[in-house]
Design a protein around this ligand. Structure first.
Ligand code: NAD
Length: 368
């Protein structure tokens, strides 16, 4: 069986705690003969600042470049609040995304039946929810130039951010969305604001053109503000939702809240497919380093374990192993196991490690 090169970057705060559970799952997958990995480990974020004075060393970046996929825990925390802006913990993550060209951010928002009551919305609106948000990650207003604050003659200030998209940037993210829709229910919604933004006009035009190559997928255009409203009104109407960097940032956080807890949400950031048919990819939970609960054994490892499942599916083509792992999570939750973030009142929560063990038991049972 092929052995995949996986780089683990646990990072800071609860990052190493949830990554420890992923390492246990990796050992279990190996023991069950479902997948084999060559594991490397390195530092990112605050832990790299402490060890090397910068949030990502060139050596770590080279390792990331050589790996088949990267799993990252989380970066940041109050300990590094005062370091220089250029070497803040988040800069390590941004450099990884930028230097590896990870332009497509995939964020599934799945509401497990067992957790439907933990959502801010009514059970019937979210139970069975399964949306995939595809956010453009390396263009748009977060990167466009000019980006500056200048002082006007009267002493007041003027701030500028620039929203820029090219045809090629929109085409490649549209392809990611349509290809994904083919493997799901065949529906894509594209969110922009063509009514007030030129970048929205181009976005809509290019997505429509790319769609003509996908006769088996349906496409709906939706204004981003309406989309935000629809996500809380009738979220199950969406399957794949493709949008730009800024709108994606906001809409994916709205979708996150539909599912109950940040501790449940995995993500993937993918690069372009190369001549050999492979692509750079980084998988990480949506949540941060949660300094408020770090070191206490409270962290929910499901977002991190779900990130490994995405890695099996999207980087290694191991759909069967990914299905088994996702199903193990669903059954573990159905059995009543809860970390503190998802435990209803009166339910005794289990620890990070106990949740990892429970998922591995279900995985072993299903694969055995
Ligand atoms: P956060 O996601 O770390 O935490 C928000 C809340 O959710 C906290 O109450 C936390 O306890 C809870 N939470 C998060 N993950 C959880 C889990 N797996 N299990 C149970 N509870 C969980 O966001 P924040 O508090 O705004 O940020 C903390 C630090 O993380 C900051 O330094 C921030 O910059 C950084 N951050 C990093 C990333 C990343 O690495 N990708 C993302 C967001 C924030």
């Amino acid at each position: 069986m092929t052995s995949y090169k996986l780089l683990l970057l646990p990072g800071d705060g609860i990052g190493p705690e949830v990554m420890a559970e992923v390492e246990k799952v990796i050992d279990a997958l190996d023991a069950l003969g479902l997948a084999h990995f060559e594991i490397e480990r390195d530092l990112v974020g605050g832990s790299a600042i402490d060890a090397h004075g910068k949030p990502l060393t060139d050596e770590a970046l080279a390792r990331a470049d050589a790996a088949d996929a990267i799993l990252l825990g989380a970066v940041g925390g109050p300990k590094w609040a005062d370091v220089a802006y250029e070497i803040r913990p988040e800069a390590g993550l941004l450099r990884l995304r930028k230097d590896l060209g990870l332009f497509a951010n995939l964020r599934p928002a799945i509401c497990y039946p067992a957790l439907a009551d933990a959502s801010a919305l009514k059970r019937e609106l979210v139970e069975g929810l399964d949306i995939m948000i595809v956010r453009e990650l390396t263009g748009g207003v977060y990167f466009g130039e000019p980006k500056e604050i200048t002082t006007l003659p009267d002493g007041s200030k003027r701030a500028v951010d620039t929203q820029v998209y090219t045809t090629a940037e929109i085409e490649r993210i549209a392809h990611v969305a349509f290809d994904l829709a083919r493997k799901r229910s065949g529906r894509v919604a594209s969110a922009e604001k063509h009514n007030v933004m030129k970048s929205g006009v181009l976005w809509k035009e290019v997505v429509t053109r790319v769609h003509s190559e996908y006769g088996d997928v349906s496409l709906e255009h939706v204004l981003a503000d309406n989309c935000a409203m629809q996500l809380v009104r009738r979220p199950k109407q969406y399957d794949v939702l493709v949008t730009d960097n800024l709108f994606g940032d906001v809409l994916s956080d709205v979708a996150a809240m539909l599912t109950g807890s940040l501790g449940m949400l995995p993500s993937a950031s993918l690069g372009a497919v190369d001549a050999k048919g492979s692509r750079k990819a980084l998988y990480e939970p949506v949540h941060g380093s949660a300094p408020d609960i770090a070191g206490k054994g409270y962290a929910n490892p499901i977002a991190m374990i779900g990130s490994l499942a995405m890695c099996l599916r999207y980087s290694f083509g191991l759909g069967e192993a990914a299905d088994l792992l996702d199903a193990a999570v669903t059954r573990t939750l159905a059995s009543g196991a809860r970390t503190r973030d998802i435990a209803a009142e009166g339910v005794t929560p289990i620890s990070t490690a106990e949740m990892g063990d429970a998922i591995i038991r279900e995985l072993t049972h299903a694969a055995g």
